[in-house]
Design a protein around this ligand. Structure first.
Ligand code: ZN
Length: 139
């Protein structure tokens, strides 16, 4: 993973074999990012994406393996109790052009991943919401 900063935007290149969430965390912690918008495209060889079951309040994770093009990867980096936190969703197309996706847990780059991280002024904390069962933005 390599990156450069242009104004308030980082261009982050995540390389073959690297895992996207781990790379983003390594970069964001190093750069001390408090709040930013994340967007990326690229190709992955496997990824795990979840769907939140609002009744059981648990994620059901789906694992996919093969050749995938990232159609969309978006979300935020923010903080929870002062520590790094990321919330990302991804959709990716397979060899038939079928798109699969969800709440991103893990994705391994097969060719490259080109990510932009746009810094936003301010800071948002999160707190666990008992009713929803998720860590929500706290205002
Ligand atoms: Zn989510």
């Amino acid at each position: 993973m390599q990156y450069r900063k242009f104004g308030n935007v980082y261009a982050v290149r995540i390389d073959k074999g690297e895992e996207i969430l781990a790379s983003l965390k390594e970069f964001a912690v190093k750069e001390n990012i408090a709040f930013a918008r994340v967007s990326a495209i690229g190709a992955v060889s496997s990824f795990t994406a979840g769907v939140f079951d609002t009744k059981t309040k648990q994620y059901r994770a789906n694992e996919f393996k093969g050749n995938f093009e990232i159609v969309s990867l978006s979300g935020t980096v923010d903080r929870m109790n002062g520590a790094y936190y990321a919330h990302l969703h991804m959709s990716a197309g397979n060899e038939k052009g079928e798109v699969l996706g969800g709440h991103l847990n893990r994705a391994v780059v097969s060719a490259t991943c080109e990510m932009t991280v746009t810094l936003t002024d301010g800071e948002i904390d999160r707190c666990f919401d008992e009713e929803v069962g998720l860590n929500l933005w706290k205002f």
